[in-house]
Write a protein that binds this ligand. Structure first.
Ligand SMILES: [Zn+2]
Length: 413
């Protein structure tokens, strides 16, 4: 997605495009409009996209023939004269989203237009898992959801907690699953016989928050996802920050404590995620590691009811959250930072501690200049973003749906 904001472009009639490209861009603008913002009349589209009535009519008819939208009479007619038809996305075009988590696999079915039709999760033991086993388990879940929801599947989007090479969807490094250089996208596509798009969980999280969540309307966004590890996804000037190969944003491995001897899974010491990861909090509060978000919620509840050890653990983690966020804010100068996963719950429990740490260094990036918010989707942002990753090529070129089913297409971002 290279859109600068959630709004469709409005200046596509300007010169610089050939006729064919112009038509494709207008189709894209119209479909993107109804996908992100819902049903709209032809008359409103005429005003919003700056195109004349006959052009809108022709585009709407083409999208209808492609099976992507339907047109209906408006529910109530307020003005005299011919009522303007209302366009809406066809919900039988679906994306299957999969989140390969550290301790669970989540599948979601999302309709064109953004409605979530189905969600389920299957827990597994935290730790390293064979890539073939993970693919088999996820494929079974995908097949189940598709069997109960007939429709046109536009593809399968997968979120993984690791670095994904953008050229071919190879998972370069996913330490919490024990994967190094796994051709995940290719293997999963072969198994399910459909086109598969794979992305890093935090990069997909920032996409979901930007399009439909806590960062709508903002072009400079940081999304920090906390679980066992800490991931970061960034939007700079409305464009996803990917880096040379797609590995940018690994803020979990920022050095925040030079005196630490605790080794990170990346091999270094003093990384941010060794200070604020879920297991750090759990162990610090006198519990066993591996409790996941539920374990974090228990520590917060214990602190609220006066458990001294839980209070100390939360205060300490809150301070380290502030230290890391300060670095993130100074490097990226975001308008909004969205906190996802367990990081959201920790921040909500210790906002005062986080703010105090941030306020200690006010010279470059005053706390008042940045909005910090919890994710709009809780733990679900990555797979919500994975669904949007599937929709993206169809929104960019609606006629490309005609090629679906002809051949399994393996791609990634
Ligand atoms: Zn590290």
């Amino acid at each position: 997605m290279t859109r600068r904001s959630g709004r469709p472009p409005t200046s596509l009639t300007k010169t610089g495009f050939g006729q064919e490209e112009l038509r494709r861009n207008n189709l894209s603008a119209l479909l993107t409009r109804v996908h992100l913002h819902g049903a709209i009349s032809r008359a409103s589209l005429t005003r919003e996209l700056g195109l004349n009535r006959s052009t809108i009519g022709a585009l709407a008819t083409e999208l209808e023939e492609l099976g992507l939208v339907t047109e209906r009479q408006p529910a109530a007619v307020r003005q005299s004269g011919r009522p303007s038809l209302v366009l809406e996305p066809r919900r039988d075009n679906v994306a299957v989203a999969v989140d390969i988590g550290v301790d669970r696999i989540v599948t979601g079915l999302v309709a064109l237009g953004g409605d979530v039709l189905h969600r389920r999760e299957r827990a597994h033991a935290p730790g390293e898992h064979d890539v073939e086993h993970v693919i088999e388990s996820a494929a079974q879940m995908v097949e189940e959801v598709l069997a109960t929801h007939p429709g046109r599947c536009l593809g399968i989007g997968v979120s993984v907690p690791g670095a994904v090479r953008d050229t071919d969807g190879l998972v370069r490094f996913a330490p919490n699953l024990g994967w190094i250089d796994q051709p995940f996208t290719e293997l999963f596509s072969q198994r399910v016989g459909a086109r598969v798009f794979t992305g890093n969980d935090a990069n997909l999280g920032v996409l979901a928050e930007h399009l439909r969540g806590a960062a709508v309307g903002h072009g400079n966004v940081g999304y920090v996802n906390g679980s066992v590890g800490i991931g970061g996804g960034f939007l700079v000037g409305g464009v996803p920050l990917s880096g040379a190969r797609g590995y940018a944003g690994e803020v979990g491995h920022l050095l925040v404590d030079g005196s630490s001897t605790l080794q990170c899974r990346c091999g270094n010491v003093g990384c941010w995620e060794t200070k604020v990861g879920e297991n750090q909090l759990l162990v610090r509060a006198g519990r066993l590691s591996g409790g996941g978000p539920e374990g974090v919620a228990e520590v917060i509840a214990a602190a609220d009811s006066g458990d001294e050890r839980a209070i100390e653990a939360l205060d300490e983690v809150g301070q380290w959250i502030g230290v890391g966020l300060r670095a993130v804010i100074n490097v990226f100068n975001p308008e909004v930072i969205v906190l996802g996963g367990s990081m959201a719950a920790l921040w909500e429990a210790r906002q005062d501690v986080v703010d105090k740490t941030l306020d200690r260094w006010t010279l470059m990036s005053p706390r008042s200049d940045v909005i910090i918010r919890a994710s709009a989707f809780g733990l679900d942002s990555p797979w919500r973003g994975a669904a949007e990753m599937v929709f993206a090529p169809v929104l960019a070129d609606p006629a490309s749906v005609l090629e679906l089913g002809a051949q399994a297409l393996v791609t990634s971002r």
